[in-house]
Write a protein that binds this ligand. Structure first.
Ligand SMILES: O=C(O)CCC(=O)C(=O)O
Length: 282
């Protein structure tokens, strides 16, 4: 199958988890009715985003139990099944069996089966003096593994938000044959205008793959002002779908022929000089 339709759902999450899940469900079913095959929700779509919120909203779920066994994972499983789509469930605060907290993305197939779990690897610890200090590592543990999952169209790699800043993840995923990287991510009004589009397009042009980044909508009442601007970029690094900061949805047709086409036109894959930089060839 050489093409599919992706939908990014940019929604604003409020304080009520159940309401956030209901809103996500409505949008997922709408995207499926409009023909989407792979649907993406934003980072922390079931809770407000902020270090003070992770523990309150965290859920423990078991990857071996159908539906994942917690409130949000059961809701995600059912959404995927009812919509008959692959669903990248943004991220949710996860509590491990040992009590550690993670920022975690779960992925569901059209049967509602859990097919991947990505725990955010690079935690968002930054300091812009006078503007913004954020220290996810004060409450979260970092994931330790790269994540990819199979679809009928090819393998898809995953990262969460700050993971996007680390080109190694996307590079290794592409070298392993991923056709796309998907990042649920909540940039903000400080770093969003500086780096969001640049990073999404950079991961695409470096690796000649599709890249999608799905943000929460900006909520003027929220403590954390999300950047929005969810977007899909093609393997030429062209923005093929995007939006502003409000709630909504964007769709893009992912035409896999473009990967082959750009790799023929600009064959960096065959031109790499690992003999010159052997330390990245390992
Ligand atoms: O990298 C950034 O500027 C934003 C990252 C972020 O908000 C996150 O990792 O949640």
């Amino acid at each position: 199958m050489s093409s599919f339709k992706i939908a990014l759902i940019q929604l604003a999450a409020g304080a009520q988890k159940a309401a956030n899940l209901t809103k996500a469900r409505t949008k997922v079913l709408e995207a499926a009715r409009n023909g989407a095959n792979l649907i993406v929700l934003p980072e922390c779509f079931n809770s407000p985003y902020g270090t003070q919120h992770f523990a309150n909203y965290a859920e423990e779920f078991h990857t071996t139990v159908a539906g994942g066994s917690s409130e949000s994972t059961q809701a995600l499983s059912k959404m995927a099944q009812d919509a008959q789509v692959y669903l990248i469930g943004g991220s949710i605060p996860e509590r491990s069996r040992e009590g550690a907290l993670f920022n975690t993305c779960t992925v569901w197939d059209p049967q509602g089966t859990l097919v991947a779990v990505h725990r955010k690897i690079h935690l968002f610890d930054v300091n812009f003096p006078g503007k913004m200090v954020f220290k996810e590592s004060s409450v979260l543990e970092a994931g330790r593994e790269m994540t990819e999952f199979a679809t009928p169209w090819g393998k898809v790699g995953l990262g969460i938000c700050y993971d996007m800043r680390f080109p190694e993840l996307a590079m290794v995923a592409a070298r392993r044959g991923c056709i796309a990287m998907v990042y649920p991510g909540a940039f903000n009004t400080t770093t969003g205008p500086l780096h969001w589009e640049l990073l999404v397009r950079a991961r695409a042009v470096d690796n000649q793959i599709f890249v999608a980044a799905c943000s929460p909508a900006r909520d003027p009442e929220a403590g954390y002002q999300a950047w929005g601007h969810s977007m899909v970029v093609d393997p030429y690094a062209r923005v093929i779908a995007n939006m502003e900061e409000g709630e909504g949805m964007v769709y893009a047709d992912v035409d896999l022929k473009l990967i082959e086409e750009v790799r023929k036109a600009v064959p960096v894959y065959e031109q790499r000089r690992f003999d010159v930089y052997p330390d990245v060839a390992r």
